[in-house]
Design a protein around this ligand. Structure first.
Ligand SMILES: Cc1cc2nc3c(=O)[nH]c(=O)nc-3n(C[C@H](O)[C@H](O)[C@H](O)COP(=O)(O)O)c2cc1C
Length: 355
């Protein structure tokens, strides 16, 4: 039976354990560039013992940033500083992954420390923001422009160019962000997608854009490297996207060459009551893994070594992604191994921490 510290191999990429740093926006970039903050932040988590270190959501085009300070990969100039991070993460034994994202109608907001509300051009934001349909996220958000068919092709191309740049930077895992109410999720969910063309209405039509992005990215992303998709397994709203659709869609994504579904939830509309409690999203990674027969990642309020180990041992997921716990303690994987009595030595430089 697999456990938390059992290595995992997906395609030709090997992870030393089943712990991943979940993508987390740092709101620290200027013009999308990774800088010393990202370098230290991400490398520290590799030294801390994670098997996989994801960057935060990297915007595939400038108008797809959540905030003006988001990381980006919309130009070749972004590659150099990312490549340095990949090299260091790799040197310290972790695999470097990148999450490719477009915020859609949730773009152009202030960073959380500045209130998180929509900002316009005068405050460093931008217009228009785009989506599946011309429906604002909330009353403070701008009304997005519904993407034209040509606009949709441009978005697909932006993901493809971003994947090519990710490869040039040396990343070995790409995760397409189709969760949390951002652009791709805005196409999946009937709550935000009210199109009447080939990209709206039926399940087949609502999933078309994500399928096309996945197919196009898979063509440029090496066979040897894993491709992941993060979804919101449910909108937690009647008539919204739900776990049944997620299972059906995961089967399709698998047939298109996706290796793992990273199972998050929520984010498509404001004001939704989500039953948040420890491990509240594990039910989704568990069901998708069993019913769609694909590798899954579990995320969301996973904080204790025993809980994380149980998720792997019971087959509820193949990997756990930790967010805030790894912000609090980048060395969590080492401490967890020690607590579980499993083999993952601390870095030799830190051995005296325990004597
Ligand atoms: C500061 C912060 C930034 C985040 N940024 C992203 C992001 O860029 N992409 C993403 O998919 N999720 C993002 N998330 C969500 C996390 O990846 C994770 O799914 C969530 O925090 C739940 O896991 P946790 O309880 O272990 O923190 C962010 C969360 C936090 C706290």
């Amino acid at each position: 039976m697999a456990h938390l510290f059992e290595p995992l191999k997906i395609r030709e990429v090997s992870f030393r354990n089943r712990i991943a740093v979940s993508p987390m926006c740092q709101y620290s970039s200027t013009d999308g560039y990774a800088n010393d903050w990202h370098l230290v932040h991400l490398t520290t988590r590799a030294v801390g013992g994670a098997g996989l270190v994801f960057t935060e959501a990297a915007a595939v085009e400038p108008r797809g940033r959540i905030s003006p300070e988001d990381l980006g990969i919309w130009s070749d100039e972004h590659i150099e500083t990312l490549a340095k991070i990949v090299e260091l993460v790799d040197n310290f034994g972790a695999v470097a992954g990148i999450q490719l994202a477009h915020a859609g109608r949730k773009a152009s907001t202030a960073k959380p420390s500045q209130g998180g509300k929509a900002v316009d051009e005068s405050q460093g934001g931008w217009r228009p923001v785009v989506s599946s349909s011309a429906i604002a996220f909330n009353q403070d958000s701008p009304v997005p422009e519904a993407l034209s068919l040509q606009g949709i092709q441009e978005v697909i191309n932006a993901f493809v160019q971003a994947a090519k740049r990710s490869l040039q930077a040396g990343f070995k895992v790409v995760e397409i962000h189709a969760a949390h109410g951002y652009l791709l999720h805005q196409f999946l969910s009937p709550l935000s997608n009210q199109r009447t063309d080939d990209y709206g209405g039926s399940f087949d039509n609502r999933t078309r854009l994500v399928r096309e992005v996945v197919q196009a990215v898979r063509e440029v992303w090496p066979e040897a490297y894993p491709l992941w998709v993060r979804i919101s397994a449910t909108d937690w709203v009647d008539q919204g996207w739900d776990i049944e659709q997620s299972i059906a869609f995961s089967k399709i994504l698998k047939s298109l060459g996706v290796d793992l579904i990273d199972c998050s939830s929520g984010g498509i509309i404001p004001g939704v009551k989500i039953p948040v409690k420890p491990g509240y999203q594990i039910q989704f990674s568990d069901r998708i893994r069993r019913e769609a027969n694909i590798l899954t990642g579990a995320v969301g309020l996973i904080t204790s070594p025993e809980q994380a180990d149980q998720i792997i041992r019971t087959g509820a997921a193949d990997i756990v992604l930790l967010g805030r716990e790894l912000l609090r303690n980048p060395y969590w994987p080492h401490s967890a191994a020690k607590e579980l009595g499993l083999d993952q030595p601390w870095p030799v430089q830190y051995e005296r921490a325990w004597v």
